[in-house]
Design a protein around this ligand. Structure first.
Ligand SMILES: Cc1ncc(C[n+]2csc(CCOP(=O)(O)OP(=O)(O)O)c2C)c(N)n1
Ligand SMILES: [Mg+2]
Length: 802
């Protein structure tokens, strides 16, 4: 049998066909073994790509260097085929091997089937992405890979059409890169899918979405998910025609190797060359082992369906096709299959051995040290029992050793022997190592960390004129756009009118539509557009028009952006700045300050809350020099207040995590931020008038919070504290209180109970009275401060409302 023969329809050498088939069998075997490993208790959970092998092999043929994937848990075969995942790495992730070398995607942090390539070097700097085949890091929420896909594709459009970006060859070669998305059929029901799809049609970006359609989403059949049960049918209206831009749409069967290759070849040309978004709807896929290890599909699929799936198994079909075409004898094909199965098994064994070895050292040391402790302690029997239990653990994990050591120390508390001391030291070391293993890289720790940006004070020449706050920002943004071609700003109304408060006014005219850009009303994918563009080396400022509408994007910010550095253990970054405005203006949906929600969901993104536009400008300058993502919340009612414009408006920086004492005082400390600063300062004047001296501290950034612990120093002086903000009770104010009283041990210095001042529990009502009676006002602050002082000095400060 000659291996140089080609298939009839396609010009593919038989050698390649057989190697494709071998990979399909290897990948299948990896899925089969993976499931067994979970059932044997060697891994916690498994979800596999069986039944979807061939389409991914076809897609891999058009996946070039510089391209990006944004997909989901079924894509193992694609990752194998593009050479970005080895079988051994695949199993290492299944076992949760915490070494980066073993599991480069996530160092054991992500469950199996969550793929990612390392696009950063060990120092957190960019690798040359155009020399690599890239995959953004998967997340589990269905369809949440879509918003970032938009940005990955959008970057190509910018790199192709903005001449100033041509020189960044490490990120793009003329925008030739495709962003490949994959998604399950059922997940196309999510709003994010439709939002992304529409936006890509509008933007005309090289995005290729493949829908892996196996007719099910876990147990629920397609009729429940999709109108007409057919996603490409319902998306027909998006198809481009002679007169209108839109999508190219393909439909192809997941077991038809030749048709798949033909389809992807054609799709690539349109997508890569013409920058037209493409949908490839791959139907008749199967799930030979059901959805995941959590259940079996025999429970919900009919006998007929199961039989149909067996017959339409893509690997089986490819085998038949190879034999029908007589590319190779059935005996030789059996042999090839055996080789493939063997290599999957070998990889599994190697991965397990390496995983076990990585744990064994600590495990054995724990046993050794507990044995020594048993020799010196008066509680010998109990300690030996702990040791015996530890020795008997089958497939030990790190937690087993730590647990046993802690129990041993507990039992022997109060003893002073040398063995116990050694055990204690060892525990400390191991806990520190595990802190690094499981909790590092929430933020950047590269040299570009926002915390390392050098502080440059604002400079004001004499007679600096006062301007509207928005003009300070405008000057800052203009400098930024001028100095760095990678900076782009986009959002609703950001382009032509320069945002609703005009901080970008005139900028589109100066820098062009590709730099300062209007978008549709689609908060979630505005953020996705930012994440994807940032992953490709650009510096986006993505605008959410009002803080209240951050809710539309909070899921993607939380699940994707905030977790990115963490979930890849520093393998990826997306230095996106999210610009928004809030806290206080008018009405139920334009005056929100949901800081508790933000603080609870966005760890991994810095949260900056400037009190005016100069502070905001300083933060933009800081963040644009760093590789951390940040949310910057401008005070909505401050754009027309007068501020002095610094001479170095495009340069000065404000450090993160450094509060500013905006009024010195001796009787009481008010800790606050944002629009509340001005209101508090007004109250302070009235308090001064009755002889109360109030220290006011603007925390400036909530994440990070007061890294040098200056607030507690104020408490040492005043011994009384109020935490004030515009969130609901128990929100941002409670966070500040926890930081100061617990973390900074502020409780040690208090002579009066700590107090929080917040908005009401409901949304703020409309108009001036609504604002006054919903949000904390000057009188509320006066009263809260006065009440505390009145409790301490009733004669000097008699109760007002009595
Ligand atoms: C937002 C969200 N809801 C629910 C789930 C649980 N879940 C995981 S996979 C899945 C079904 C997805 O089906 P489909 O998109 O067709 O992909 P398939 O697994 O069939 O390839 C569900 C409901 C989830 N991960 N995320
Ligand atoms: Mg499905």
């Amino acid at each position: 049998m000659s291996l140089t023969r080609t298939s009839v329809k396609l010009d593919i050498p038989v050698k390649e066909i057989l190697s494709d088939y071998k990979l399909a069998v290897e990948s299948r075997q990896a899925s089969l073994i993976g499931r067994k490993e979970v059932f044997m208790g060697k891994a916690k959970f498994g979800i596999f790509g069986d039944g979807k092998e061939l389409a991914q092999i076809a897609m891999a043929k058009i996946f070039n260097k510089g391209d990006f994937r944004s997909g989901y848990y079924r894509d193992q075969t694609l990752m194998f085929a593009i050479g970005e995942l080895t079988l051994q790495q695949y199993f290492a992730q299944l076992y949760a091997h915490t070494d980066v070398d073993a599991d480069p995607a996530s160092a054991g942090r992500l469950m199996n089937g969550h793929f990612a390539t390392r696009i950063l070097d060990e120092n957190g700097g960019w690798k040359p992405l155009t020399e690599l085949k890239n995959s953004s890091a998967d997340i589990s929420p269905t369809a949440a890979q879509m918003p970032r896909l938009l940005g990955l594709a959008y970057a190509s459009k910018l790199f192709r059409n903005n001449p100033d970006l041509k020189k960044f060859k490490e990120f793009s070669i003329n925008g030739n890169e495709i962003a490949f998305g994959t998604i399950g059929n059922a997940s196309t029901s999510e709003g994010m899918f439709f939002e992304t799809f529409n936006a890509a049609g509008v933007l005309q970006v090289p995005m290729m979405i493949s829908v892996w359609d196996d007719d099910y989403g876990i147990s629920v059949p397609k009729e429940y998910h999709t109108t007409k049960g057919d996603i490409s049918k319902v998306l027909e209206g998006f198809r481009r025609n002679e007169y209108e831009n839109g999508f190219e749409i393909f439909k192809v069967k997941g077991w038809d190797y030749e048709a798949l290759i033909q389809t992807y070849t054609e799709a690539e040309r349109i997508c890569r060359d013409e920058h037209v978004p493409v949908l490839v709807h791959v139907t008749e896929m199967t799930q030979p082992q059901g959805h995941s290890t959590s259940g079996s599909h025999e429970r919900y699929k009919s006998k007929e369906r199961l039989k149909w799936e067996e017959e339409h198994d893509c690997n089986k079909k490819m085998r038949e096709w190879i034999l029908n075409n007589e590319f190779i004898s059935s005996e030789a094909l059996d042999e090839l299959e055996e080789e493939a199965r063997e290599s999957a098994k070998k990889a599994k064994n190697a991965a397990w051995k390496s995983f076990e070895a990585s744990i064994r050292k600590d495990h054995e040391k724990a046993i050794e040290l507990i044995t020594s402790l048993a020799k010196e302690t008066t509680k010998k029997d109990k300690v030996l029992k702990i040791k015996r239990d530890l020795v008997q653990v089958y497939n030990p994990l790190r937690l087993d050793g730590v647990r046993a050591v802690k129990k041993s120390l507990r039992i022997t508390a109060g003893e002073q022997g040398a063995a116990r001391k050694e055990l204690l030291e060892w525990l400390k070391k191991v806990l520190k190592e595990n802190e690094e293993r499981f909790s590092s890289h929430l933020y950047s720790d590269s040299e570009f960390s926002a915390l390392k940006v050098k502080e440059i004070p604002a400079v004001y020449p004499e007679n600096t004129k006062e301007v509207d706050g928005r003009e300070v920002l405008q000057a800052c943004f203009e400098e930024a756009l001028k100095n760095n071609p990678k900076i782009i700003a986009f959002g609703e109304d950001v382009g032509q009118i320069g945002d609703v408060n005009q901080a970008f006014a005139g900028m589109q005219k100066k820098f062009g539509e590709l730099r300062v850009t209007d978008t549709g009303i689609r908060e979630c994918t505005i953020i996705g557009q930012g994440i994807g563009a940032a992953l490709r080396g650009l510096r986006p400022i993505a605008e959410i028009q009002y803080l209240d509408y951050l809710l539309y994007a909070i899921q993607i910010l939380s699940d994707d952006l905030a977790s990115l550095q963490y979930r890849t253990r520093g393998g990826q970054k997306a230095p996106l700045i999210i610009r928004t405005r809030g806290h206080r203006l008018e009405g139920v949906w334009h005056a929100g300050s949901p800081m508790g929600m933000i603080l609870g969901s966005l760890r991994g993104i810095y949260v900056l809350v400037p009190r005016d536009m100069t502070q905001a400008a300083g933060f933009y300058n800081t963040m644009l020099q760093s590789d951390d993502p940040a949310l910057i919340i401008e005070p909505l009612n401050g754009y027309r207040l007068k501020e002095r414009i610094p001479q170095n408006v495009g340069e000065f920086t404000i450090p993160l995590g450094v509060p500013e004492i905006i009024n010195q005082g001796t009787d009481i400390t008010v800790v606050t931020y944002g629009a509340m600063c001005r209101i508090t300062l007004e109250a302070v004047q009235q308090l001064d008038a009755v002889g109360i001296s109030t220290e006011v501290i603007d925390v400036q950034t909530l994440l990070p919070f007061d890294i040098h612990q200056v607030i507690v120093e104020s408490l040492k002086k005043t011994n009384r504290v109020i935490f004030a903000d515009e969130d609901v009770p128990g929100g941002g104010s409670a966070f500040m209180m926890q930081q100061v009283l617990e973390v900074q041990k502020g409780y040690l210095y208090l002579d009066s109970p700590p107090v929080t001042i917040t908005a009401k529990e409901h949304r703020p009502a409309y108009a001036s009275d609504g604002d006054y009676f919903s949000k904390p006002n000057v009188e509320d602050i006066f009263d809260a401060v006065y009440n505390i002082m009145s409790e301490v000095y009733p004669t000097k400060y008699p109760e007002v409302y009595k």
